[in-house]
Design a protein around this ligand. Sequence first.
Ligand code: HEC
Length: 146
Amino acid sequence: MTGEECVALVPTKIGPRVAGLIGAAALAVVIVMPTQAVSVPQPVSFQKQVLPIFQEHCVACHSPGGAGYISVDMDLRSYKALRSGSAGGIAVIPFHPRSSPLMRVLDDDWSSSNINSLRMPPMGPKLSPDDLKTISEWIKQGAKDN
Ligand code: HEC
């Protein structure tokens, strides 16, 4: 429709003030929406979001009696255990997912052509992009006990 037709559709009974308000409201929606789209990510909870990923994919090996627990002393049953790292050192560097050894074995090393790269879980499959994002975002937010 043309601009004139559009204006003609606005009921003539509402005064310019009301029309102005409607216009302002419409404008507000337009301004607010993109802000929400790029808003700060929601806080990621270790207990509710990260730990369940470990329980499903890692704890069988990374708890007493498991291969990863026995060979490198890495326990993934709790926040405290994860933060205490493994025989090889710390696993998580708060605020720095890219330099955290945990993200290396979960993500970066999977794209390495070096067959000796440490990939977790060792037999795959690689964690889903959503799971990787959750863990990485949690580290980025400070790897809190939340
Ligand atoms: C099938 C058993 C198994 C599963 C499942 C498994 N791991 Fe492991 N993990 C191991 C073993 C064995 C090692 C030691 C490997 C080595 O050093 O060669 C290890 C090593 C690691 C290390 C390195 C520790 C260090 O000192 O270098 C990290 C980190 C790790 N695993 C995290 C995970 C995470 C997170 C998961 C789940 C996504 C997972 N693992 C699933 C067996 C497993």
